[in-house]
Design a protein around this ligand. Structure first.
Ligand code: NAD
Length: 282
């Protein structure tokens, strides 16, 4: 399996998710234009993509096709001729809306605009774009090239042709899309993030250690890694942003990030990406 000759997606943001999504596409023979904010971020993103490609190949995540070509650069204009645009920048509705608005003015009408968000409703972001029918959300899990299932969120104004085009692309990338309706946190974040927040509260209250929480959830309840190891993989800053967004939109203050999560973010202990979160990484 590999991409169709015409697939030329652009990925905006080469952080944890953008670099993994880029690696996944390259490994399926699809050329990608990756856009970052400045030269330093471009170099960092290229290193992340190379690392993810190595990991993915080690795990046998790709079909036997020649790797797609990576163009990593700055400036949204580089996305002009893309066949689909995946926005994977920070989980901030205003920042996402501004970038999506700019992108929609740039690309040809009918080009799918995909926002990779953990839970900001598509229809809110649709306010910022010129053609709401072209916009939908994906919620890839980390690492995107290893986890086949992808939550796809159809907003009330998302067009059928946009949905069909994105489902086709995902299938060419060996993913299994699962379409859900628009709602804060969609399905996966609505269930996973409050659980992680409560796991951190259990540690905060002194009920159990980080290791004990994860071992119990893993060994007794079949969670693949334990919620706190998952939190480190997600990135605690991203998780706190997503919880804040969920609390605001559901009106439930329990979804706001707990004090332990907030203090880890304030100390720069962001999880795997910073070398320390709930666990330490070598
Ligand atoms: P991240 O902080 O690791 O990366 C974001 C990247 O976007 C940074 O490298 C930053 O330089 C870049 N960026 C910011 N503004 C930009 C702009 N205007 N143009 C180009 N690049 C820009 O964040 P992440 O963890 O990769 O998350 C990205 C999105 O994916 C978020 O909305 C997040 O909620 C969602 N998400 C994350 C995970 C996860 O496990 N981390 C899982 C699913 C969804």
């Amino acid at each position: 399996m590999g991409g169709q000759a015409q697939d030329r997606p652009a990925v905006i943001g080469g952080g944890v998710m953008g670099s993994a999504i880029t690696a996944m596409a390259l490994g399926h023979g699809v050329p990608v234009t990756l856009v970052e904010i400045d030269g330093e971020a471009v170099e960092l993103a290229k290193r992340r993509v190379a690392q993810q490609l190595r990991h993915a190949r080690l795990m046998g995540a790709f079909p036997d096709v020649p790797e797609g070509e990576l163009t990593a650069t700055t400036g949204l204009a580089a996305a002009r001729d893309a066949t689909a645009v995946v926005e994977a920048i920070v989980e901030d509705d205003k920042v996402k809306a501004a970038v999506l608005g700019e992108l929609s003015a740039l690309v040809a009408p009918g080009t799918p605009l995909i926002t990779n968000t953990s839970g900001i409703p598509v229809d809110e972001l649709a306010e910022a774009v010129e053609r709401p029918a072209d916009l939908l959300a994906t919620h890839f899990m980390n690492p995107a090239y290893l986890i086949p299932n992808v939550e796809v969120v159809r907003g009330p104004r998302t067009g059928q042709s946009t949905l069909d085009a994105v489902l086709g692309l995902l299938e060419r990338l060996s993913r299994k899309p699962i379409v859900v309706r628009d709602s804060p946190g969609f399905v996966t974040s609505r269930l996973l993030h409050p659980m992680i927040n409560d796991a951190a509260r259990v540690v905060e209250a002194g009920t159990a250690s980080v290791e004990a929480v994860d071992e119990l959830m893993q060994g007794c309840l079949g969670h693949p890694t334990g919620p706190l190891r998952t939190a480190d993989l997600i990135g605690l800053d991203n998780l706190a942003d997503a919880l804040r967004a969920l609390a605001e939109r559901t009106g439930d203050p329990r979804h706001a990030p707990c004090a332990l999560l907030r203090s880890k973010v304030a100390d720069g202990h962001l999880g795997r990406k910073s070398g320390r979160g709930f666990y330490e990484y070598g």
